[in-house]
Write a protein that binds this ligand. Structure first.
Ligand code: PDD
Length: 285
């Protein structure tokens, strides 16, 4: 039995119902978050729920819970579902109303759904690295919002999968922005490069952890746009996300990155990232 949360109610997934008129279903009119669970504990929950509320505000959606309340909901779902290693998914839509583009009346409540699921860490990909494929960034200009509207991301990921690649790399006007569900990093001469946190990317929580770790461990960072040509010439590449953590990229569009094996800086960052997980596991909560 999987326990889901739906607007204040915790119950078996099978008993839950969402309206056919839900605006998430009609328009993708909503926002979401994915929070990692290690050893039954939430990783960077505060950062995720802060971003969740920010995303909601950016689409003018008022949410009925605070960061602390969302954290409690996520904790309860992880505990009640017995999740040791996995993630919590949470989304909020603008609620259910007969289909019309403009917002429904004030009496329509947001629809908040959440669950926790077991999901082992992708350890072999993290060790061996993955292949990626570049594709046009056809998405809208508010990629900073973690919106449910993911059609551009879905099409890109599918294109990558069909070419035997684990991720798609978005390129907009010759500039590498991010992955279809991850942020992109390159290392050249020991310096880390990543797209700045503008409206063209989602400012990933894992991305922020990596940047903090770079500051702590004296790894130079350039948060500046770089071209696809520059990206392909980097010594090392990797991607980050809540579920992929730090995953090395060993090939891009069929060509090896560096010597075709995960790079030294990437592995060092994986190691110090691991220490943050260890610290979480040691925390008493
Ligand atoms: N995706 N960029 C995009 C477009 C993403 O969808 C994600 C995360 C990231 C990385 O963000 P974070 O480090 O906060 O997970 C960047 C999640 C995991 C998903 O859609 O499943």
């Amino acid at each position: 039995m999987t326990i889901y949360f739906n607007n204040g109610v915790y119950a078996d997934k099978e008993t839950m119902k969402v309206s056919i008129d839900d605006r998430g279903y009609y328009f993708g009119d909503g926002v979401y978050e994915v929070v990692k669970v290690y050893d039954g504990k939430l990783y960077t929950a505060q950062e995720h729920f802060t971003r969740f509320l920010q995303s909601a505000r950016k689409i003018r959606l008022d949410l009925p819970y605070t960061i602390e309340e969302f954290t409690e909901i996520a904790k309860k779902l992880a505990t009640d579902n017995g999740i040791v290693e996995g993630h919590v998914y949470i989304q909020a839509t603008r609620g259910a109303a007969p289909r019309m583009h403009n917002f429904p009346g004030e009496d329509v409540e947001p629809m908040i759904t959440a669950y926790a699921i077991q999901n082992p860490r992708p350890l072999s990909k993290m060790k061996e690295g993955v292949a990626v494929k570049t594709t046009d960034d056809i998405r809208w200009l508010r990629c900073d919002i973690k919106s449910l509207n993911l059609l551009g991301n879905v099409l890109a990921k599918q294109e990558a999968y069909e070419s035997g690649c684990a991720e798609a790399v978005f390129v907009r006007d010759g500039i590498v922005t991010e992955g279809s569900s991850s942020n992109m990093f390159g290392v050249k001469d020991g310096i880390l490069y990543t797209h700045p946190a503008t409206n063209l990317i989602l400012n990933g929580i894992t991305r922020r952890v990596v940047l903090k770790l770079c500051a702590k461990h004296s790894i130079g960072v350039m948060e500046e746009p770089f071209t696809l040509e520059q990206f392909k010439e980097m010594d090392e590449l990797f991607l980050t996300s809540t579920t992929s953590e730090i995953t090395p990229i060993v090939s891009i569009d069929g060509n090896s990155v560096g010597d075709g094996a995960p790079g030294r800086v990437t592995e060092r960052l994986q190691q110090v990232f691991e220490e943050t997980i260890h610290e979480l596991k040691m925390e008493i909560n």
